[in-house]
Design a protein around this ligand. Structure first.
Ligand SMILES: C[S@@+](CC[C@H](N)C(=O)[O-])C[C@H]1O[C@@H](n2cnc3c(N)ncnc32)[C@H](O)[C@@H]1O
Length: 265
């Protein structure tokens, strides 16, 4: 087969797999640019064909996650990394509540709202008496307006248990679900550029900044980590995405208290 035809066949296969596994339709993006970025990524990782690249991604969840972030920086889903959310619910939030009776929480780079709504669900279900406020910010206004609507495709809810689906969502047309009002009311959305704007000082008990730092240059990333640090109250917690790490937490004023969790010292 000619090289170009092979590439096209491979790309069709790749697109189909991404759609099946993530619900992301690559055709929804500028196709030439998208194809070029994917091929570049494949070559960079050392795979001469997209089929081989797919086999690699399919068996390496962390790399797959990184790839999704690479192709669409707005990708999110409810309870992304379910094990970490369980840890948040069972260990981190109860620990924070031993230090403060109310929680100020910030979901920084919240994309289309799945992350702050997941938090709101946990709080309503497991900590109903706790006073809390969730601020959710993103640079992208389109994402924020979707977040405010709170309507999601089933694929974004794959980590939501049937019990939670029944209690916190209502069906909204074919294959779509809407977050109920009491959950929506817990979250305040606001546009904010994390790289440009000032943050409130020593204010939050818990900050989620997940799957955004992976796009940043190291120097920019370090400045942002410093700003997040100063925005946390003492012993407050910073919650990262599964592929993000602070290399020397001690130097940055944190200690690692679990996979993806850093406590301000
Ligand atoms: C992959 S999403 C992460 C969504 C969510 N935190 C999660 O982990 O599922 C990355 C988000 O970062 C946002 N973002 C990128 N640069 C930003 C910036 N400078 N300030 C604020 N948000 C930014 C994008 O708009 C996008 O919604």
């Amino acid at each position: 087969m000619e090289k170009e035809v092979l590439l096209r066949v491979d790309y069709e296969y790749f697109k189909k797999k991404i759609l099946e596994t993530s619900g992301i339709d690559l055709d929804a993006y500028k196709p030439r640019q998208m194809q070029r970025r994917i091929i570049e990524s494949s070559y960079r990782m050392g795979f001469p064909t997209l089929r081989k690249y797919w086999y690699f991604l399919e068996s390496n969840p962390q790399e797959y996650e990184k790839f999704l972030g690479y192709i669409t920086i707005n990708f999110s889903e409810f309870f992304r990394d379910p094990d970490r959310f369980q840890e948040l619910e069972r260990r981190i939030i109860p620990h924070l509540l031993t230090k403060t009776p109310n929680l100020r929480i910030w979901s920084a780079a919240c994309a289309t709202g799945e992350e702050p709504y997941s938090l709101a669900i946990i709080l309503e279900e497991k900590f109903p008496g706790v006073a809390n406020r969730i601020l959710a910010t993103d640079i992208d206004e389109v994402a924020l307006s979707k977040a405010k609507q709170g309507i999601y495709d089933r694929i974004r809810l794959r980590n939501v248990s049937p019990q939670r689906l029944k209690r916190f969502f209502i069906r909204e047309g074919e294959g779509k679900f809407k977050v109920i009002e009491s959950i929506k009311k817990r979250v305040k959305f606001k546009k904010m550029n994390l790289l440009e704007e000032e943050f409130p000082k020593e204010f939050f008990s818990l900050i989620l900044c997940r799957n955004m730092l992976i796009y940043l240059e190291d120097s920019v990333k370090n400045v942002l980590i410093g700003k997040l640090h100063s925005s946390l109250k003492k012993v407050g917690i910073l919650f990262f995405g599964s592929t993000e790490k602070i290399l020397c937490p001690h130097d940055a004023g944190f200690r690692c208290v679990g996979e993806c969790f850093y406590q301000k010292t």
